[in-house]
Design a protein around this ligand. Sequence first.
Ligand code: EPZ
Length: 420
Amino acid sequence: MDSFLIKGGVPLHGEISISGSKNAVLPIMAATLLTGDPCVIRHVPDLSDVRFMGRILESLGAEVKFDGDTVTVHAAKVKGFGDYELIRKMRGSICILGPLLARLNQASVSLPGGCVIGTRPIDLHLKGLRALGAQLDISGGYINAKTRRLKGTTLFLGGRVGPTVLGTANIMMAATLADGITVIESAACEPEVTDLANFLVSMGARITGIGSPTLTITGVKTLHGTDHEVIPDRIEACTFLCAAAATHGEVLLHGARPEHFAAVLDKLREAGVKVERKAGALLVKACRTLKPTDVTTLPYSGFPTDVQAQFMALMCQARGISVITERIFESRFMHVSEMARLGAEISIEGPSAIVKGGRPLSGAPVMASDLRASAALVIAGLSATGSTQVNRIYHLDRGYERMESKLKKLGARIDRVDGE
Ligand code: EPZ
């Protein structure tokens, strides 16, 4: 398994371009199952999760062709069940269920695995599909779904901690071909859900309320192919903003859309980081002394849970106490014990991490555990003195396109080391 070897203490300087959004492209690739026409998707990041979704679609009978940052999916004929092992391995694959059911009136999809950040239930996905008239049963690790015809309805999709992103995606996709009108109340408003809705509309779907907590979908008979460019990855952008600030650097981000992460910009500015638009790009300049800052993760447009770990790594540089509260997932502090190995002083009190920042970090070998925790460890290693080896970086390759080459371009001393 590969590792990153980082020699910290170098301020990041220079310019990088932000790749397409992983969390937009995965449900958009699933949406291609809704039509027998070819769909062209552009600005696709080269990530293991994206290639994995391609293999899942191929296991369902679709033709998938990658050409640089463009993927063409042609689901002329699809079957209602795919490769159990493939589908089980990636949480994002749950969003093939809605399109398959809408296209074929039946589907068998393996239950998605949980992951280190939480149990990742799918009760809201199942609630929504049942509301649309699907009969569902779970047996042998599969969700078996069937229906005579999906029928539009009004349903509340909010869960115990608010909306569900992929749940909203699943139900919205299923509703595009249902009979009649579907109103989803407490829909997720993340930019990735909006990008999916725009993709569906470009296929001929009828959706209003896009970007709002109430989506209204009027079913149509069929959908046609389309050509769509995916939005930039706001989480990658925020990761690089935190890395630049944590290493006292100055970086110009091309292709980011600041309106997609206003909450993160607000907290960075509160901490003293300078972020401003410059000729259509985003310039981040570290400040001399970072201020400790409290953060609570919330559904969009609140502070995103996917930036919590990276921001924590930054707050280790701020002299004083920062309280970081995770309200979306029940165990998303896996990075804390690894950061302690670098000298970070963080204690966990229930849903909150109390960061006692200001003491310089010093390099050590650490273990990545999930995608964003790994990014946090890279940021901590970049800002620590000495060498840090981040092991199991296959977690990172799931969601960051060529992270080490982008960091090298900014002057970081980082190398990918082939593992055992
Ligand atoms: C999406 O996951 C993202 N993944 C996650 O990004 C992101 O952290 C999450 O949304 C929240 O923003 C993709 O888009 C591929 P949820 P999703 O359903 O849709 C609970 C990353 O690092 N819930 O919005 O699976 C759930 O347990 C990944 O890129 C239910 O209770 O997340 C959680 O507490 C990690 N029942 C909360 O809702 C359900 O049926 C939000 O989960 C579904 C979810």
